[in-house]
Design a protein around this ligand. Sequence first.
Ligand SMILES: [Zn+2]
Length: 254
Amino acid sequence: MIKKDIGFVLKRFNFGETSTIATLYLHNFGKIRGIFKGFYRQKKEFSTSLDIFSLNEFIFYPKESEIWLVSQADLIAEFSYLKDSLEKAAVAGFFFKLLDKTMQLWDKNRYIFNLVFHCMRLIEKDYTKAFYLFLIKFLTLAGIKPELNHCIICQKLIKGPRFFSTRRGGLLCFECCKNYKDYKSISKETSKAFNYIQNNSIAVASRLQLSSHCQKEIAEIIEKFLAYHFDLGNLFQRSLLFPHPLASKFVSSL
Ligand SMILES: [Zn+2]
């Protein structure tokens, strides 16, 4: 049956002389792959250039096979500020690559769609903040939220030193960490920033100021956490080049 939905273009490649195949992230259908037959014949049904990052409205035919036929596409927004800034484009590129690598086909998640939409707009004002807010909220919405209030072993509310264990998915208290080796000490500031961002809307959380030390700790925690749950290759290292204060430590070139 024919359907209509809005979504972002995650990636695309040409197919034959006149067609293109794109991976889309849709509001109601999640990640899909669509073929746009005759896209380069300048058909009136395609009033968009289907640029990566653009938001469009699509009309398509869902079916069992992996690639769906898209019969119409109209541009809604193209976030043109990304074209003027390598840093902003790198942050948006990170969002889209992360979505492409972690979302299964047809696994719908409107919360993640809305997160992408809000963070794409926040990039224009403050791309560093958009990067960290997206990372922290993405973990929660993807169902792998780390625990940063209570000890993951004994459930005690943590007030003293904080030790984060990637494998166990959260903080260990001073007593419990004596029995484990796979943890890293993190600051109270980072732990509180994590909680604040997890528990507030993007609009409220974006008022929080993150020190460079806090940004570094958040990036390190999330990099390890994502790598533990997903096969991301070198995505994180490449994309940290711009927002991360110590990025040059991780990469030598793009
Ligand atoms: Zn404990």
